[in-house]
Design a protein around this ligand. Structure first.
Ligand code: BDR
Ligand code: CA
Length: 295
């Protein structure tokens, strides 16, 4: 499966990236970064360092430093001042390319139409810019699988909205209104996919770089939290891409509130249907993630 990962690492992004780079069924053609959990310089440096953990020569390209409109959000309280909870990663092996949107357009025009999927783990600014600046390239996408939104669940960026949509609601609205097939994985599913400290023993014992680093990253997720388990939001995107049968999706017509409660999803029958994951076989999905990290 040919993919490009669009991301703001971010602890859960980092685990998702390590999994993808360690998974032979993925051909990761690039990683594009965006401001989100933390600023763009950090998310880009973190993406380069994650490639370095895996000795992967995947291109990393800098994307948007701010949302299409407004000031943006960050999540330092959860992901730490460095975005990775203080987990030390090896130095980058390469420099980032300067323009994520240009790289996305170039890859899409070079690959056969309908062969590239975006695994979107962050605010959707880069993808909305791709649609605005290179609509012919954008329409060549096979699809976009994105972590974001909340249907029945309370939000995590205020009560109404989820972080990735709240951080750039206009971008999300433009992407969901497009003709490219979108699968959205909201908090309703990702909050059911959780890791506890006891789960980390198996990862550490495997000795595999992706697993040992992921155990440290997930452990950092517990810093300052009294919770017994933490949700692994972004890895759900990779796992649904490879095994959609472990998730149950419903078609929904949605727009994104950009005014009253930015990032809130609102039913709107005038919009194209997107697939929204509402069910997950969490134990089977966790076994798949742990196995993929540990090889
Ligand atoms: C999403 O927001 C970010 O903090 C996480 O990395 C994830 O992409 C969860 O709402
Ligand atoms: Ca993320």
């Amino acid at each position: 499966m040919k993919v490009i990962i669009d991301t703001d690492p971010g602890l859960d992004d980092a685990v998702a990236i390590l999994y993808a780079l360690n998974e032979p069924r993925f051909d990761v053609q690039a990683i594009t970064t965006v401001a989100g959990n933390i600023g763009l310089d950090r998310t880009t440096d973190n993406a380069l360092r994650l490639a370095s953990v895996m000795a992967a020569s995947v291109p990393v390209a800098r994307g948007a430093a701010r949302p299409l409109a407004g000031a943006g959000l960050s999540e330092e309280a959860i992901h730490g001042a460095d975005g990775l909870g203080g987990v030390q990663l090896p130095d980058p092996l390469a420099e980032a390319a300067p323009d994520a949107v240009a790289l996305l357009a170039e890859r899409l025009m070079a690959e056969p139409e309908g062969s590239l999927t975006i695994l979107a783990l962050a605010p959707l600014t880069n993808l909305a810019q791709l649609r605005r600046q290179h609509p012919e390239a954008f329409l060549r996408l096979k699809g976009i699988i994105a972590m974001g939104g909340n249907i029945h669940e309370i939000g995590n960026a205020g009560p109404h909205a989820e972080f990735n949509l709240a951080a750039d609601p206009l971008a999300a609205d433009e992407v969901f209104a497009s003709d490219v097939p979108v699968t959205l994985i909201p908090l309703d599913v990702t909050r059911k996919f959780r890791a506890s400290p006891a789960d980390l023993v198996e990862l550490r014992d495997s000795g595999a770089p992706a697993a040992v680093t992921s155990a440290a990253l997930i452990e950092a997720y517990f810093t300052g939290s009294a919770r017994e388990s933490r949700p692994l939001h972004d890895p759900c995107v990779m796992l649904l891409a490879l095994d959609p049968a472990l998730f149950g999706c419903d078609a929904m017509h949605l727009r994104v509130d950009t005014v009253e409660h930015p990032g809130r999803l609102i039913p709107d029958e005038t919009r194209p249907a997107i697939q929204v994951a509402m069910r997950i076989e969490a134990e089977a999905v966790k076994a798949m993630l742990w196995k993929g990290l540990s090889r």
